[in-house]
Design a protein around this ligand. Structure first.
Ligand SMILES: Nc1ncnc2c1ncn2[C@@H]1O[C@H](COP(=O)(O)OP(=O)(O)OP(=O)(O)O)[C@@H](O)[C@H]1O
Ligand SMILES: [Mg+2]
Length: 209
């Protein structure tokens, strides 16, 4: 496959979506073909799965939750990511398998080996070459999320989890970054959006020079 697959990762409210949009605009200005996408829910089937997962109407078992996220991923890879990479596009993906590792493993204590096997199956052989980790302390993310809710957005079921859960997820991102430095780049997300974007560009200049 000839495209570039870049994932945006980090805890809720760390700025992934904000930075994905800024990055896409910058790469498009450079004349690159960019596909912006996200998980869960960026296919028709996935949107239904997203609503099952995040509406708060259902409280799934941990394994049920995992399998729903993975079902969304397989559909997403097949319908969106794989075709885009085959066309040679840059795919900017807001969350991918590392979010599953962080949330379903660190957050909810599932078996790590079983999880890796399932992730591999769900990915259909497609995984990011580069992962940008937006590192933000949980306390800062909670302030941002509260202001987002105050601005009229509804909090999802996961947004409303306990602070200790968000901290375990944050620690999991730190551990993944440390374990696989060739793929991960840490971005200091505890600063204004423009400065965060500059760090992203500095990393990507190495890829799209
Ligand atoms: N650098 C920044 N400084 C201050 N506020 C920011 C910054 N970046 C984004 N925000 C604001 O913080 C909130 C969360 O940002 P954003 O939605 O981009 O995060 P996210 O990582 O995509 O969150 P989620 O995981 O919940 O989708 C938004 O209200 C956004 O406008
Ligand atoms: Mg987002």
């Amino acid at each position: 496959m000839s495209g570039h697959f870049i994932s945006f990762e980090g805890i809720d409210g760390c700025g992934k979506t904000t930075q994905r949009k800024l990055t896409a605009a910058w790469l498009r200005e450079k004349g690159l073909q960019v596909v912006e996408t996200f998980e869960p829910g960026d296919t028709a089937l996935g949107a239904e799965i997203r609503s099952l997962l995040l509406s708060g109407e259902h409280i799934p078992q941990p394994e049920t939750e995992l399998l729903l996220f993975l079902a969304d991923r397989t559909q997403h890879v097949r319908e969106v990511i794989q075709p885009a990479l085959q066309r040679g596009a840059v795919v900017l993906c807001d969350r991918f398998s590392d979010s599953t590792r962080a949330y379903q493993l660190a957050g909810r204590a599932l078996d790590a080996q079983v999880l890796e096997q399932l992730l591999k199956t769900a990915e259909l052989g497609v995984s990011p070459a580069l992962t940008l980790w937006f590192d933000l302390p949980v306390s800062d993310a909670l302030i941002r999320m509260r202001s987002r809710v105050a601005g009229g957005e509804t909090a999802s079921r996961l947004d409303e989890e306990q602070q200790s859960f968000h901290q375990r997820v944050c620690d999991a991102f730190t551990a993944m970054f440390e374990a696989e430095p060739a793929r991960w780049r840490r971005i200091d997300a505890a600063t204004d959006a423009e400065t965060v974007q500059q760090q992203v560009r500095d990393v990507l200049k190495g890829v799209f020079s």
